[in-house]
Design a protein around this ligand. Structure first.
Ligand code: PMT
Length: 411
């Protein structure tokens, strides 16, 4: 038995299997975890909070708007405190609420605020479990990154036999243990790798005082550089003009124009294992840069723009190309455009973000990504850019391992 010195938040919703969760608390504590328990109102009908209080050694929380709780540890602090959230049992009703983003009690609100891994151990009657609407909700949660443990097959409290029994506490414990050890592995998933990241906007000068640019702040690319560094990689960051401090231990190359970014990336790409193009590179730049300030004269004027070189496509075309990851910033038809860029630029992966809705994307603290690769996809839900970057880095390392493994087998 491995011991884990982690913070585990146990959510208990209202099902007969709630009694098993008392045993779960005991097992988790035995392994050295600190456990806090949040119960829904209907869970209180099945088991007393005193049982969980005695087993966890902490008061149990049941109210969203509880002045005392909010003062001590409110839903946001709970979500931040937890290394993992496990909801056991997760009833059909709770699963529906989580799948649809409802936040009308402490547990569902806390789920929305959580950025750590979330596990559910469903428990319900077998006919309920088999209902298409329940399966749709389960599928939705899977896409949203929620992990599921169980349910098991067996005789149920209602006397029926089938799939729907909550997984045994010992099994749940083992799954959480596996999660912790894979997270420790994740922390080192790019050890020995060299990662090149591009970030920020480019500036395309019109004359000595004017330029064309975009709203990129560099936050997404800088977060990726830091996440790659934290995953053990040696990181080079090619940055357009931004006002962010250079991340420590990252080799930063400052550039201004798309042409300079192209030269900086292409001269280094071959020596790297991974290239991530998070920069918002200008697609066009002025054909002529006026040597002196352009004077105001006619009522209308025309600027001729020439297409810039595509950095991403050129990296992907190198004979010894790194694992090449593009971004797609879209205001509509996100998936179609992202899939088209993945194919046309011959990328290993593309991370697509909405940039029209004012939430996420350019110059915001948070972002969400739809990640595509040949024959695969994953949704990374809205969270702060560093946590999102960590998830993308892990996904990249998983895909890179698979590709390297396939290459070895065909060599
Ligand atoms: O910097 P932030 O404020 O944090 O915002 C983050 C972001 C929205 C800029 C980032 O998440 C993002 O989406 N970056 C890519 C923006 C973009 O230019 O997307 P695109 O769909 O126009 O380009 C597709 C890909 O081609 C990108 O990887 C881009 O770097 C690359 N490209 C584009 C043109 C060009 N000449 N060379 C390129 O390599």
């Amino acid at each position: 038995m491995t011991s884990f010195n982690k913070h585990i938040l146990l959510g208990v919703s209202g099902g007969i299997a709630a009694y098993k969760s008392a045993e779960l608390v005991r097992l988790l504590r035995k392994r050295g975890a600190e456990v806090r328990v949040v119960m829904t109102q209907s869970a209180l009908q099945f088991i007393s909070p005193l049982t969980f209080q005695a087993l966890s050694g902490h008061p149990v929380h049941t109210e969203l708007l509880d002045a005392e709780t909010e003062h001590a540890m409110g839903h946001i602090s709970f979500a931040r405190w937890a290394d993992i959230v496990i909801i056991a049992p997760a009833t059909a009703n709770l699963i529906a609420k989580l799948a649809h983003g409802a936040a009308d009690d402490l547990l569902s609100t806390l789920y929305l605020a959580a950025t750590c891994p979330v596990y559910i151990a469903p428990a319900m009657n077998q006919a309920m479990w088999n209902k298409p609407v329940v399966q749709d909700n389960i599928q939705k949660l899977k896409i949203h990154g929620v992990h599921r443990i169980g349910p098991d097959v067996g005789v149920q409290a209602c006397g029926e036999t089938g799939l729907g029994r909550m997984a045994e506490p010992a099994v749940i414990c083992e799954c959480l243990e596996a999660c912790f050890s894979s997270r420790d592995e994740q922390a080192n998933c790019l050890r020995g790798c060299k990662v090149l990241v591009s970030a920020g906007p480019t500036r395309e000068p019109l004359d000595p005082v004017r330029y064309i640019t975009n709203r990129s702040s560099g936050k997404m690319g800088y977060a990726l550089a830091r996440a790659a560094l934290d995953a053990g990689a040696e990181v080079t960051l090619v940055s357009g003009p931004v006002s962010l401090p250079a991340p420590e231990l990252v080799d930063v190359i400052h550039v201004e124009t798309a042409a300079q970014m192209h030269a900086a990336v292409l001269s280094r790409a071959s020596g790297h294992d991974i290239y991530i193009g998070a920069a918002a590179v200008a697609d066009y730049s002025p054909a002529v840069i006026a040597p002196q300030k352009i004077k105001k004269q006619a009522d209308e004027t025309t600027i001729i723009l020439h297409k810039t070189k595509d950095i991403l496509a050129d990296v992907a075309a190198l004979a010894d190309r790194p694992f090449t990851v593009g971004f797609a910033a879209e205001t509509h038809e996100l998936e179609n455009y992202a899939q088209a860029k993945l194919m046309q630029k011959n990328l290993d992966m593309i991370a697509a973000n909405w940039v029209a809705c004012g939430q996420g994307g350019f110059d915001s603290e948070q972002n969400a990504l739809q990640v595509f690769w040949p024959n695969g996809r994953k949704t990374l839900p809205m969270t702060d850019k560093y946590h999102l970057a960590k998830q993308l880095i892990h996904l990249i390392s998983e895909r890179l391992q698979i590709i390297n493994h396939e290459k070895k087998n065909t060599a």
